[in-house]
Design a binder for this molecule. Structure first.
Ligand code: SAM
Length: 269
């Protein structure tokens, strides 16, 4: 049976206020991480099992308690968790964290949170964080829509990155796509004025859909050519870099000859 949530189905009007005002769950809170769920919804991910290797498990046991948390219904105190005040950037569906780690190292002045449901992916990133002693990454395990709804305050994010979200190519699965009008509205609501949303996809049909939905979101303006802006005018003044290392998933897309579409929007000031 599909786990339900509303990544796809909530409406722009349903974007909740600050986490402290999120409504109580209709089911009395019986489902973990379901603070603002008032009705069933589908998720943008499928549950995947995968065991950690012995080395990954050891690294996880040592390091996860310091840098990782399960997604919860409580507002997140990011400054306390990182031990410093710094602009906050989240990466949704960070996978094995190839981009997360490289970007954190390139942007030591930012606090980066990688959000992922797939533990073996997170475990690879945990190993790299430990090995390379990267201190500006924290990790959340669970549904990024729950994070946005319940853990992140309005106008608190400097950046949101979504690299190669699952395209759900079949028409009957389009409702499972992460980037829907409501998710755009939710992300835009959590970005601070001037904050940046950076999306990349190798899937042509999803790219068209993302372009349309992004253009229709009134709180966002295009900052690069794909979104109707001029990147040279914004690149130097934007609060996060426009450059992006090749991710693990993207490597596969390149080998398959797929074109990569890159979207960069800014939250209106
Ligand atoms: C195609 S992979 C891309 C991974 C990585 N960004 C890369 O480029 O290599 C998409 C990832 O998003 C994760 N994902 C999908 N929906 C999610 C959600 N709502 N919350 C957290 N992670 C999600 C999946 O588990 C998967 O690992």
């Amino acid at each position: 049976m599909e786990r339900v949530n509303d990544a796809a189905n909530h409406t722009a009007e349903s974007v909740p206020g600050p986490p402290s005002t999120a409504p109580a769950p209709a089911d009395g809170g019986s489902r973990k991480g379901s603070g603002s769920r008032l009705y069933p919804r589908v998720t943008s991910f499928r549950s995947r099992r995968g065991a950690l290797t012995a080395t990954q498990q050891q690294s996880w046991n040592r390091t996860w308690p310091k840098i990782g948390r399960e997604v919860a219904d409580q507002p997140l105190d990011a400054a306390a968790w990182f031990g410093r005040e710094a602009p906050l950037v989240i990466e949704i569906g960070c996978g094995t964290g190839t981009a997360t780690a490289a970007m954190a190292q390139a942007e030591p002045h930012l606090n980066l949170i990688g959000i992922e449901v797939y533990q073996p992916g997170l475990a690879q990133l945990v190993q790299r964080i430990e090995r390379e002693q990267i201190d500006n990454i924290r990790l959340l395990r669970g549904d990024a829509v729950d994070v946005l709804e319940n853990m992140i305050a309005e106008q608190s994010l400097t950046g949101v990155r979504v690299f190669f979200p699952d395209p759900w190519p079949k028409a009957r699965h389009h409702k499972r796509r992460l980037l829907q009008p409501a998710t755009f509205a939710l992300i835009a609501n959590r970005l601070r004025p001037g904050g940046v949303l950076h999306v990349a996809t190798d899937h042509a049909d999803y790219a068209e859909f993302i372009a349309e939905v992004g253009a229709a979101e009134p709180q966002l303006i295009g900052l690069n050519e794909t979104t109707g802006g001029i990147s040279a005018e914004h690149r130097d003044s934007a609060p996060i870099g426009f450059e992006r290392p090749v991710t693990k998933f993207e490597g596969k897309a390149h080998r398959a000859g797929s074109a990569i579409n890159e979207f960069i929007w800014g939250k209106i000031e």
